[in-house]
Design a protein around this ligand. Structure first.
Ligand SMILES: CC(C)(COP(=O)(O)OP(=O)(O)OC[C@H]1O[C@@H](n2cnc3c(N)ncnc32)[C@H](O)[C@@H]1OP(=O)(O)O)[C@@H](O)C(=O)NCCC(=O)NCCS
Length: 152
């Protein structure tokens, strides 16, 4: 991956909601609609991050900041860009941006079967702080949510 071809942009408005929805649909079977991104971005403190490589969108993350804490609402790397350190780069630069904005702690929830994402977060310093039993229900297939926190 050539570092100089990577661009990271942050958006607080709704202009990128269509792109975010299209990217989300390529990362998750239960995709958020454009309207879901618009509703999320309507709430003050919501920040959309898009990482592009050579002008092609490759990964995204959506954060919600409340006072000096923030939460990752959703995050994904498009399938063709996976396994190249893109999500790690996205998360690192997102955390730096939050830190300079005065955020001290970043929270998230991840499915207990999502080992790739858990490894990504653990490598970035996130620690498990709790579990919600059967929090997700993927078409009748329950899955625990692992709650994680990282001190920035
Ligand atoms: C999870 C996801 C974001 C990882 O994106 P990525 O760009 O491929 O991740 P990276 O290449 O930056 O990997 C960073 C670290 O995550 C872990 N990781 C990533 N993919 C992995 C996989 N398939 N299996 C095991 N570990 C994995 C590794 O520890 C990796 O570091 P390493 O290669 O040095 O060991 C991506 O697979 C994805 O979008 N999945 C679908 C959506 C999703 O699950 N989002 C998270 C919801 S909480």
């Amino acid at each position: 991956m050539k570092e100089d071809a990577i661009f990271i942009d942050f958006f607080t408005g709704k202009s990128m909601a269509p792109l975010a929805a299209a990217m989300h649909a390529r990362c998750f079977s239960e995709a958020w609609k454009e309207a879901d991104f618009i509703s999320a971005l309507d709430i003050p403190g919501t920040l959309l991050q898009i990482l592009s490589i050579a002008e092609e969108p490759a990964a995204f993350s959506l954060y919600r900041i409340v006072m000096d804490e923030a939460e990752i609402l959703t995050l994904g790397t498009l399938p063709e860009f996976r396994g190249k350190g893109i999500a790690a780069h996205l998360l690192f630069s997102g955390s730096e941006k939050l830190k300079v904005s005065g955020v001290c702690c970043l929270y998230l929830e991840v499915g207990s079967r999502n080992l790739a994402a858990q490894r990504l977060y653990t490598k970035q310093g996130f620690k498990e702080i709790g579990r919600r039993r059967n929090y997700y229900n993927h078409g009748g297939k329950p899955e625990d949510a692992i709650m994680m926190k990282n001190r920035l």
